[in-house]
Design a protein around this ligand. Sequence first.
Ligand code: ASP
Length: 353
Amino acid sequence: MLELNPIEHFDLFNNPKSNILVIYTGGTLGMDYDEAGSLAPCGFDSVLRRAPVIKELQINLSVISFKIPIDSSKVEVSHWQQIAKVIYDHYDGFDGFLILHGTDTMAYSASALSFMLEGLNKPVIFTGAQLPIASPRSDAKENLVTSLEIAADTKNGKPVITEVCIFFNNVLLRGNRSKKVESQQFDAFESENYPILAKAGITIDYQWSYLRTPVVEKLKLHDQMDASIVILKLFPGLSEPVVEHLLNSPDIRGVILESYGAGNVPNESWFLNLLEKGNQEGKVILNISQCNGGKVIHGKYQTSSELDRIGVISGEDMTTEAATTKMMHALAHYSNITDVKTCLTTPIRGEMN
Ligand code: ASP
């Protein structure tokens, strides 16, 4: 298990509007200049110093930080397990959860957390920034402040958001529908296949009909993930020995096939035979599209018409991030391949239509 700093409480109000637990993992948002003038991860107290306006939000904050804050390119399954466990263990004590995370793998982490936490009826909001909070033009302060407001928002005494989301550059997106699409501008995330959940302007305008409705069941933690999977992205020229090598590997249990357009593949017999053999030998092969928008439709073109027959399943309109983490979840959760496939083809957290 990764090491966490002890929980710190910034109890600023006697009658707070909300109690939020911040989980600080690292990323650009929380960087500050060190003595040598270089950007390095800093503690949450420096973040608070850089964004004193947080103290005016009528929110009491508690913070749990990774002992060593990380660049999110280094995120592993164990980090997701740690974050999910923190939320699970502190679920009753807080009204909402805010995860400060690097942008690079934020969509993977938000997707993973959505599968690990079943039965959420409180907000879990991820945010980060493209520029460190110490930088004068940083987007960190706006992202942080509005994320906190969203995490604290209620309607008729109930939390407005009851799912895992990403808030970034004034839009709130469903976590398992999001993708990082931009590394230079502030609008880093998009959700092509699902409408934005809220837009923050002068007010925060929620799209009520697209929000996930709260469930009454108790929160369940599914923190096991089986990462023995691979993403096979098609490209013209992909060769038989390479595909054969992957599909023959005993270490691979699941293959995310990133196909073209509406789920099309080169329907040469060598390729289809390898997929069929992989399926017969117990590998789960899930077809998703390389496109950000639209969905896989087996049989729309001749080039995908054999896929159902040879046992490839359709990931419909799932993102790569959602498909990858859902595959890890399903392989860990079910021992029977039919159950794994049923899980992958059924919407479980609003990740597919
Ligand atoms: N490399 C950084 C990270 O993902 C980028 C960021 O935070 O925006 O941790």
